[in-house]
Write a protein that binds this ligand. Structure first.
Ligand SMILES: [Zn+2]
Ligand SMILES: [Zn+2]
Length: 320
């Protein structure tokens, strides 16, 4: 682990996993297009999926020297967002961000066997166990249906890239349906990349045409707090109620998961049990934990008999 992310070095091979700056003397793997994984500078060959390349471009990062295939490297579906991949090379598997649950158009991650596993553990603490997707669907449909019967519009909130598309797919059958302009942009791109999502108006156009005054309706918008001007406006003018979707929703320790009127624990990451299962399935001899509860999760894995440790920032010469 270096200031430029994780670097794997062996003989003449140098692999940079989600580096902040792309470097010229090795392979730069970009797992997916969330901003904490996208580099800010070009400078060498980038290995990534075609979808990640397209989404990154729309988000303002143009990948130069991009390839989606390379000998001795396998890109493995990580089920996190559209185009998200893990990387398998030389018995090493790097998960990127990973989810082993089917969610709407996103299929569960594929888990390869490996000797060394570098896994994210965003929710690597036992308090995070997420409900089944069917339970979430019926609960949310019930809430919307209750509000609809009183003529109350509903805003579904989730990260602009990833969660918003999942909830557009899961709850897009509610009509009339609108997207926040920023979600519309991302949904349009997903449709272009072959994901079946409803084509509906963005909020500016809907409002300009007086459509939001005809209640109730459902809108899908990026995650925002109740203090946000947009949410304030939607509440004051139309009496909208918000439902937030986040893996943090259930946590007693992290209140930011409950900033909406209703909070639903839907995540694009593995929960605690899924992470443990993932590690077991890889049959890895050595596990490095990154992102999130790195110490807690590594020590839990140690108790299960795995050789696991958090991956921390070190000098360029002494990493994996
Ligand atoms: Zn991510
Ligand atoms: Zn991430």
């Amino acid at each position: 682990m270096t200031k430029n992310g994780i670097v794997y070095k062996k003989n003449s091979t140098q692999v940079y996993l989600d580096p902040k700056s792309v470097v010229s003397n090795g392979v730069n793997f970009i797992s997916h297009a969330h901003s904490d994984h996208l580099p800010s500078k070009n400078g060498g060959k980038i290995l990534s999926s075609m979808e990640t390349n397209e989404i990154a471009y729309v988000r303002g990062f143009k990948m130069e020297n991009f390839v989606d295939k390379m000998d001795n490297f396998s890109l493995i579906d990580s089920g996190h967002i559209l185009g998200a991949k893990g990387l398998l090379f030389e018995d090493v598997f790097y998960t990127g961000d990973i989810c082993t649950r089917d969610r709407a158009f996103l299929k569960a991650a594929v888990i390869p066997k490996c000797k060394t596993l570098i896994t994210e553990c965003t929710f690597g603490s036992p308090e995070f166990v997420f409900p089944k997707i069917d339970e979430i669907k019926s609960k949310v449909n019930e809430i919307i249906s209750g509000l609809y019967s009183k003529g109350i519009p509903v805003i579904l909130l989730g990260y602009q890239l990833g969660k918003s598309q999942t909830i557009s797919s899961l709850f897009g059958h509610w009509k009339p349906l609108y997207y926040h302009d920023s979600v519309k942009k991302m949904n349009d791109l997903h449709r272009k990349l072959g994901v079946n999502l409803e084509e509906v108006l963005g909020h500016s156009e809907a409002e300009a045409n007086g459509l939001l005054a005809k209640k109730p309706w459902v809108m899908i918008a990026p995650m925002m707090t109740q203090k946000n001007q947009f949410i304030k406006h939607m509440k004051e003018k139309y009496g909208a109620i918000t439902i937030g979707f986040s893996g943090w929703a259930k946590s007693l320790r992290f209140a930011f998961g409950r900033r909406s009127d209703y909070s639903i624990p839907l995540s694009d990451h593995c929960d605690f049990n899924e992470l443990v299962e993932l590690v077991q399935k890889t049959e890895a001899e050595k596990v490095y934990t990154i992102h999130g509860f790195v110490d807690e999760f590594a020590s839990h894995l140690n108790k299960l008999g795995f050789d696991a440790q958090p991956l921390r920032e070190q000098s360029l010469d002494d990493y994996v």
